[in-house]
Design a protein around this ligand. Structure first.
Ligand code: DQA
Length: 146
């Protein structure tokens, strides 16, 4: 099983960035926990972070070309307005799980709407680092049931 984890803009600053909202865990810590859990299951997992919309679009397209089975995506602020990322997700076969560290529905009004939500398999929001872990766990359980 091949999983790609894509982190969008400003997530490289995790740990320092608004810790009262996003916590103290760094992106490296998140990736390390996901990798450890995926390894237990013999799954291959890769990671990418970019602050650039086009790089994220390319990564989503390439995930399909490279036959990833699932994508875990935190699109950051692009969640709320990137039609290009939405269209990339809609264009590919591998299911995408949308994750957010914070509960986007408890925050500013402009974060309440996700333009990618209608084209993803599911969304996990507000569990902090556990949002990513829950997405990975869902993938593992779904794969085992097949
Ligand atoms: C976020 C929520 C977004 O609204 C915000 O722009 C982010 C992070 C989250 O993980 O909670 O950059 O996706």
């Amino acid at each position: 099983m091949k999983i790609l984890v894509i982190h969008g803009p400003n997530l490289n600053l995790l740990g320092m960035r608004e810790p009262e909202i996003y916590g103290h865990t760094t992106l490296e810590d998140i990736n390390a926990s996901l990798k450890a859990r995926a390894s237990e299951e013999g799954a291959s997992i890769n990671f990418l972070q970019s602050n650039h919309e086009g790089v994220l679009v390319d990564a989503i397209q390439e995930a399909a070309t490279n036959q990833y089975d699932y994508i875990i995506l935190n699109a950051g602020a692009f969640t709320h307005y990137s039609i290009a990322i939405r269209d990339a997700i809609a264009a590919i076969k591998p299911p995408v799980i949308e994750v957010h560290l914070s509960n986007i529905y408890q925050r500013e009004e402009f974060r309440h709407h996700s333009v990618i939500a209608p084209v993803v398999m599911g969304q996990i929001s507000g569990l902090g680092v556990e949002s990513y872990m829950a997405a990975l766990e869902a993938i593992i359980r779904k794969t085992k049931k097949r």
